[in-house]
Design a protein around this ligand. Sequence first.
Ligand code: BTN
Length: 236
Amino acid sequence: MDVERLRRAFPARHIDYYPAIDSTMRAAVGLEPGSVVIAGQQTGGQGRHGRRWHSEPSSGIYCSIALQPMPALTLALGLATADAIARATGMVCDLRWPNDVMLAEKKVAGILVQVVDGHAIAGIGINVNHTSFPPELASEATSLRLHTGAPVSSTGILLQLLPAIDTFVDLDTETILRLFTRASSYAAGRRVTVEQSDGIIEGTTAGLDPAGFLIVHQDNGTDTLIVAGGVRAAGS
Ligand code: BTN
């Protein structure tokens, strides 16, 4: 990771780099909006729903950005991440609602948004040069390198990611929802299962509501609004 190159490219931005840290989410708390925290490795990487984020040394992008809270922020960040990967590598990712970035049905990047004292912390983890994953993740996770067969520059992706985030968080909610619906094979017409607090439902996705929540049409005719993820392709 060439942090000096990033600082030269974005001189107005505050960029902190830690070779190793527990989690960039914690280090970004209290920083001014636009500030970025990047780590070479995380010893306590946080994922969504209280899970941990596999943060192998020197293989991934582990960063958190301080932002203003806004509607559809998580969807905007997924779009920005997919856009940055496409610009840096030419790889076109899918988006699994709300913000899992996917390549060939496996997760290549994840996004965690936390609101602390009225400020949003956007955590983005991208599997860049991992050559393998622990057995419990191997069937679900991939990396850019595993997908292309060649090493990928993390600096090159971050050079695209930071401006992409600025672009997508500037859009109005309606535009974010339209772009997400266009970019995601999961937004409509996809057979999915969804883990809910009271069990698993299965149905066909039927678009996003005006707030960006996913509508799932079940075979019994019920439409359920999914507010918290847990979406999987049916049969996977
Ligand atoms: C997910 O579960 O999909 C979200 C994963 C978010 C991981 C990133 S890595 C950088 C930042 N720091 C963390 O501890 N988590 C986020």
